[in-house]
Design a protein around this ligand. Structure first.
Ligand code: PLP
Length: 441
């Protein structure tokens, strides 16, 4: 059990003198990491090593980016190729076409694809595309769904006491940040998730005005909340009947649940989808994919989407190598993500049951989260705000690090598995959990 974090502590003190809160993204700071964030030296396979020499089984994986694990050999080769050939041309190259062909082959909704540099960029472009294509301004997003830090999306995402949100039929819109003019949210309609009647009511209320419904197919920013059976199908039907474009934000779920994301896994095809994170296996990336006739609105003079770094060669080489590894031998790597994830989820459930701790483990396969709650299931953002003890989870997650396991310390995120995780990692996660939870009883 590591008890030495001294070098991290000293680096953190130094970092605070030159970086706001000592970090470059506030969720990495001491709001969640107690007593202070750690600093890391290297990652290898399914493990990550901090600057004090402590090793961790990594279930955080750079916010679910490192689907192949750290320093995968094929990724190292891809980086070397980009270094040898030049990292960026801002012009076409063959690997760009190869990557686009592969993406169109894998992703059910992809008649055409457009690369970007982050999930936020992809969802921004997707909403502009939907608005441009339909000529309508409004869009529906769901409470608790995060689509990046673009103004129009940043509403009803941060957990707050349940009485802040108004009724389910008429949610109070609360911006997630200072600096967002109310006008930016004027066309955003927030609706609770996993309830088809509430969605149908809102569509009726704004008939003919809604360009798009954007949804995460499995919620991954309030822990991990799968859709109720039939919910996504009903959403698809409602969108079609009302000539609203359905956007799946697969920035987290993409390439993880199935080669073509959740649309492939569940067999429900959206009109547009966005990807990022795991697609690049460690390099910044974003993607908009969609039906050909919709995507063609990105043509010159119509819906604007630019980007100096779009489809740079470094990213392209990494995406290509990543997709080749993931889809080799009939998607054996993706099957492995499921297998390892299910083993961890089943093992965790057994530990909490045996120790009689009121905890549920939600999710399956490549992605899951632990909720300290008396409830049997958490179905949406409001359940989470009302019924989950997020402080307790934070204490647990920080404690778990002392036993050599890194999970996201923010309960709103989720743990994920990578191709490099093995049975020894599963055993360590389960032993660490057992010890950490025994300390909290
Ligand atoms: C579902 C979802 N969409 C979009 C984004 C934004 O992606 P990025 O952080 O790459 O901008 C995130 C980030 O966590 C996400 O979880």
């Amino acid at each position: 059990m590591p008890d030495n974090y001294e070098t991290s502590r000293r680096l953190y003190e130094r970092a605070k003198k030159v970086l706001v809160e000592g970090v470059n993204s506030p969720s990495r700071g001491d709001c969640f990491y107690k007593p202070h964030p750690l600093f890391f030296e290297r990652g290898s396979g399914g493990r990550i090593y901090d600057v004090d020499g402590n090793a961790y089984v990594d279930l955080m994986l750079g916010f679910s980016v490192l689907i192949l694990g750290h320093s995968h050999p094929e990724i190292q080769t891809a980086i070397k190729r980009a270094a040898d050939f030049g990292t960026h041309y801002a012009a076409g190259c063959e690997v760009e076409v190869q990557v686009a062909e592969k993406l169109c082959e894998l992703i059910p909704c992809a008649g055409r694809v457009r690369l970007a540099n982050s999930g936020t960029e992809a969802t921004m472009a997707a909403i502009r595309l939907a608005r441009g294509f339909t000529g309508r301004k409004k869009f529906i997003k769901f409470e608790g769904h995060y689509h990046g830090w673009y103004d129009d999306f940043l509403v009803n995402t941060h957990s707050k006491p349940i009485d802040a949100w108004g009724t389910e039929k008429d949610p109070i819109h609360i911006a997630d940040s200072s600096g967002i003019p109310l006008e930016s949210l004027a066309n955003t309609i927030a609706v609770p998730w996993n309830n088809i009647d509430l969605l149908a009511d809102k569509i009726k209320q704004y008939r003919g005005q809604i360009a798009a419904i954007i949804t995460e197919p499995i919620m991954s920013n309030i822990g991990c909340i799968p859709p109720h059976p039939g919910y996504l199908e009903a959403m698809r039907q409602l969108a079609t009947e009302n000539e609203i474009l359905l956007i799946f934000d697969e920035v987290v779920t993409g390439f993880r649940y199935a080669p073509g994301g959740c649309q492939d896994y569940y067999g429900i095809v959206p009109d547009i989808a966005t990807f990022g994170k795991a697609m690049g296996a460690g390099v910044p990336i974003g993607l908009v994919a969609g039906r050909r006739e919709i995507m063609e609105a990105f043509a010159w003079g119509n819906v604007l989407h630019f980007g100096t770094f779009n489809a740079n060669r470094l990213a392209l080489e990494m995406v290509k190598a990543n997709l080749d590894v993931l889809t080799k031998d009939q998607n054996a790597a993706i099957k492995r993500l499921h297998l390892i994830g299910d083993q961890i989820v089943d093992g965790l459930k057994e530990i909490f049951r045996r120790r009689r701790v009121p905890v549920i483990v939600q999710g399956f396969g490549p992605m899951f989260q632990i909720y300290f709650t008396e409830k049997e299931t958490i179905s949406d953002f409001r359940d989470y705000c009302r019924d989950v003890d997020t402080d307790k989870y934070n204490r647990f997650a920080n404690l778990l690090r002392n036993y050599g396991v890194q999970v996201p310390v923010n309960n709103g995120l989720h743990a994920s598995t990578c191709v490099a995780h093995n049975e020894a990692d599963v055993t360590q996660v389960l032993n660490a959990t057992d010890q950490a939870i025994s300390k909290m009883l």
